[in-house]
Ligand binder design. Structure first.
Ligand code: ADP
Length: 446
């Protein structure tokens, strides 16, 4: 619109100039007339400019000054732009106000951090959770929550899982923190008080631990008596012997279950980092295989140990032993007599892997993600025949987690399965070098 008017404005100016020139010509002084008109025009422009500045200084809130021609359009246009701009700001303010009041109503704490980690904003739940004060604006959050676990979590590039921490502002309380990185490295933290959940979890753990513990003594007494009776069973009739043998087997099974439950409770409550002792892997694998040979007995599985690296593990020998024993015992239970079971210890770029492979019945793919759940069985009928407790893989998972390691499972139905314990570099002794790989022992077969 302005451009259209500009064109007609210049046309008008030219016409006026020609008229003034013609009148000046008539009076014999055309340039004097043109000069006077130009000065008049300049004064008019200066006057309009002055009004425009005065209007802008006043905040451009009132209607713009009246003007004719191009200046009138300029004033109108500026007024409209200013009005739309103010309306937009009002809308944004409303949105921000609504977001603020909804986040204030949340029970979860929200903290907004700048890209350097300093606190920018928080809602009232976060204020209560961490006892934040006005002076904390601009402070580094890692100065307020100093726990190394949080600092480590904060510096990680990915934050898929939230972490649970002791609340530094309220003794005995626990909070869960989830973090999202957005924009140019700003962070949004979601804080939740999980003290009640933690308490319930603790109660569950205590209950299982106490119940298992209480069951242990009567079971030991029962097993002892049953074994004694069966030892002197010549006078008993075959039916009675059969019943007593079955009772003995079931008490043994209950005993295993109680032991597994106690082990899981111990692993559940084990937290925090630990150094661990060195586990010499070549010897360790040999011991595991020896136990497995005894378990396999007349089923005569073929065992092969492939110790492909000289690296050793740093951890809790009891927990690692229990995890690997469970994997090897499963391999024995779920693969046919005489088939081959391979234990491999190998270095990888990110650490090392201990895998147990069998040529057994395999597992359907849809079961795999759930195998480490307590009492989950891929084939309930067969699994209980083996005398397993249904807790083996849950123990493996927790023992590995306690060592910052994970369990990978791959399986092909009717071909076999491989259970791999993947350990990170921090859990290894002797950094991987070329020589160590060359020194690796030849596969042992027996
Ligand atoms: P269980 O005491 O029943 O063996 P686990 O937790 O050790 O309990 O194993 C869970 C389930 O995973 C088993 O019931 C079985 O169905 C399946 N499973 C475990 N290891 C193997 C294996 N090597 N081959 C086939 N199936 C397996």
């Amino acid at each position: 619109m302005i451009r259209d008017l500009r064109r007609s404005h210049y046309q008008q100016l030219t016409v006026y100039l020609l008229i003034i020139f013609a009148v000046g010509w008539f009076f014999g002084r055309p340039w004097v007339f043109v000069a006077v008109a130009a000065i008049g025009y300049l004064i008019w422009i200066l006057y309009q400019q002055h009004r425009l500045i005065a209007w802008l200084i006043a905040g451009a809130k009132k209607t713009p000054p009246e003007a004719v021609g191009l200046w009138g359009v300029v004033f109108d246009h500026l007024y409209r732009v200013q009005r739309d701009h103010r309306k937009q700001i009002r809308n944004y303010r409303d949105i921000v106000k609504r977001i603020r009041s909804s986040t204030e109503a949340l029970n979860d704490g929200i903290i907004l951090l700048d890209n350097d980690g300093s606190i920018q904003w928080w809602n009232s739940a976060a204020k209560d959770l961490l006892r934040l004060r006005k002076e904390d604006t601009g402070q580094l959050l890692t100065n307020l929550v100093r726990e190394p676990k949080f600092v480590q979590f904060y510096n990680k590039s990915k934050h898929n899982e939230p972490i649970t921490l002791d609340n530094p502002a309220h003794q005995g309380k626990h909070m869960q923190i989830a973090m999202t990185v957005f924009g140019k490295g700003e962070r949004l933290l979601l804080l939740r008080d999980v003290s009640r959940l933690k308490q319930l979890e603790q109660m569950r753990q205590d209950f299982v631990a106490n119940a298992s513990h209480e069951l242990k003594t009567p079971l030991t007494v029962l097993t002892g008596h049953l074994e004694n009776i069966l030892e002197y069973s010549e006078d008993l009739n075959p039916g009675m012997i059969k019943s007593l043998t079955s009772m003995n087997n079931q008490t043994k099974r209950m005993n295993n279950l109680v032991n597994d439950l106690l082990m899981l409770t111990r692993l559940d409550s084990a937290n925090g980092s630990f150094e661990g002792t060195e586990i010499v892997m070549s010897e360790f694998l040999q011991q595991v295989a020896d136990d497995a040979v005894a378990l396999s007995a007349e089923r005569e599985h073929e065992f092969e140990i492939q110790c492909q690296t000289a690296l050793n593990l740093k951890g809790k020998p009891g927990e690692i032993r229990s995890a690997v024993n469970n994997l090897v015992f499963n391999a024995v239970h779920y693969s046919p007599a005489g088939s081959k079971i391979t234990l491999t210890w190998a270095a990888t770029l990110s650490g090392a892997v201990l895998s147990v492979s069998d040529e057994g019945q395999g597992i359907d793919q849809h079961h795999i993600p759930r195998l480490t759940e307590r009492f989950y069985r891929a084939d309930p009928g067969r699994s209980s025949d083996t005398g397993g407790t249904g807790l083996g893989l849950a123990i493996v998972k927790h023992a590995l987690q306690h060592h910052n390691a994970r369990l990978d499972i791959s399986s092909t139905k009717n071909k076999g399965s491989t259970f791999s314990c993947v350990f990170p570099k921090e859990r290894l002794i002797n950094p991987l070098t070329e020589e160590e790989d060359e020194d690796a022992a030849e596969p042992v077969q027996y």
